[in-house]
Each structure stands twice: as C-alpha cells, then as structure tokens.
Design a binder for this molecule. Sequence first.
Ligand code: NDP
Length: 246
Amino acid sequence: MTSRVALVTGGTGGIGTAICRRLALSGHRVATNYRNEEKARAWQAQLKAEGIDVAIAPGDVSTAEDAESMVRAVEALVGPVDILVNNAGITRDTTFHKMTSQQWNEVICTNLNSCFNVTRPVIEGMRARKWGRIIQISSINGQKGQYGQANYAAAKAGMHGFTISLAQENAKFGITVNTVSPGYIGTDMVMAVPEDVRNKIVAQIPTGRLGDPDEIAYAVSFFIPDEAGWITGANLSANGGQYMGW
Ligand code: NDP
C-alpha cells in the first residue's frame, strides 16, 4: 500500500490507539492531537517501545482555532494530511429533562463541531492533491438513539449527515468520506458505565461480548486503500450484530 500521512484525532484513547497502531503498521506516517502533554508523551513512548512512531501535536478539537493550529503543526511534523480519522469524542450522559446546556454543548462541540474544525483545514489540500480519505467514528447510538444520550446520539447522527454531504462534494477530487459506527467497545468510555448496566448491554449483543478496539481499527483501514476508492458516503456498522439498520 502507498504510504500516506494519517491524522487520527483522539489517538491516545482506546479506539484511537488501535487506529494509530494499525495505520502505522500498514506503513503510514501517523499523527494525533493531545490536550495533556505529559500523558501524551508517555503514550507516545509506550508505542515507540512497540516500534511504532506516532507524531503528536497539541490541540483541543472542539475549537476551530486550536484544531487549525494542530493541523498545521501535524503538517510540519509529518507532511500534508491524506487520511483524516475524526475519532475524538466524549459522553456527558443524562436524561434530557435533566440535561444542562453545558452537557449538550460539550458533546456537540467535541463530537460534531470537531468534524468541521479539523476537516476544514485539511480538505483544500486533499482536493488540490486529488486524493483523500476522511473517516468519522460515529456510534451505534447515533443510528438507534439511546436513553440518556440525546446529546451524544444527536452529535453522532449529525456526523453521518456530514459524511454523506462531504462525500458528494468531494467525490470528483479522489476523496472518499465514510463513517464507521461502532457498537460497545471495551475502552475506558464503556468501562466507566456501571457494571450492572454494562452486563445488560452485553446481553443485547448477538456476539455475546464487547468489541475490541482493533476491530474498529480494522473497519477504518478497510476504507483506505486505492481499491476502496469507489466506496464513499457509506456507514459501516461494527457492532457485534446489535443493530442492523442503516
Ligand atoms: P476514549 O475516551 O478512550 O478516547 C477519547 C479520545 O478523544 C482521547 O484521546 C481524548 O483525549 C480525545 N478527546 C476528547 N475530547 C477531546 C477534545 N476536545 N479535543 C481533543 N481530543 C479530545 O474513547 P474511545 O476510544 O472509546 O472512543 C473513541 C471514539 O469512538 C469516540 O468518538 C466515541 O464516541 C466513539 N465510540 C466509542 C464506543 C465505545 O464503545 N468505546 C462506541 C461507539 C463510538 P484526552 O485524553 O485529552 O481526553
């Protein structure tokens, strides 16, 4: 496979680490953002010990200014971005009648506005070079809704609307834009859910287990090779069979 430059937002998290690792092992030059430098440097050193190099640049993706300066720093470190994985995300769960505007805004800004904030500074370069891959990490809960997650489900469903519009606008420029919608994966985000609730979730998954972060990384990698150039505007569910709709 041709070696490309990949930017994975939220690369230091559970799913992000697996995506960074898989893309680097496929021969790509990989970068991610961080908010806490000490934590990010320790993470980087851990991957380095596995023989994997990932460049890191500071930036909070929920603000346009930070995201743009992070993209410019990544370009200076590893070159213009060919592959963008919009993966950074958070939850602030509560039922809607108790939800504060802060809980709403934090989730929308981090999960959805970040797609604008990070994609906007890379898209013109991709169009000029006539090649690009943009992949959003959405969620099963953006497809089916989830009790206590009106903010998160709205943001994650919005990512797919973003995907299918961008896919249309950029298809003629060799850029594909797709979404991966994971089900429940055994990362810190899901392990923070109380055990009894988690057990009920697992009981609803036909495979009878949580997903592994590398199973999401594999789904992301599917969209990257030149042979995947005909696949754009797609939403790939990777959820152990828990939801089989769009
Ligand atoms: P983690 O909490 O493990 O990782 C989230 C990553 O996003 C961290 O690197 C975090 O950095 C980063 N991040 C959060 N907010 C910001 C911000 N404002 N600016 C920059 N970086 C930020 O989550 P997962 O790995 O589990 O999730 C990754 C993605 O997958 C998310 O979009 C999530 O919604 C989605 N997803 C996860 C599922 C799961 O079961 N785990 C299921 C479906 C979807 P920091 O260390 O600085 O906080």
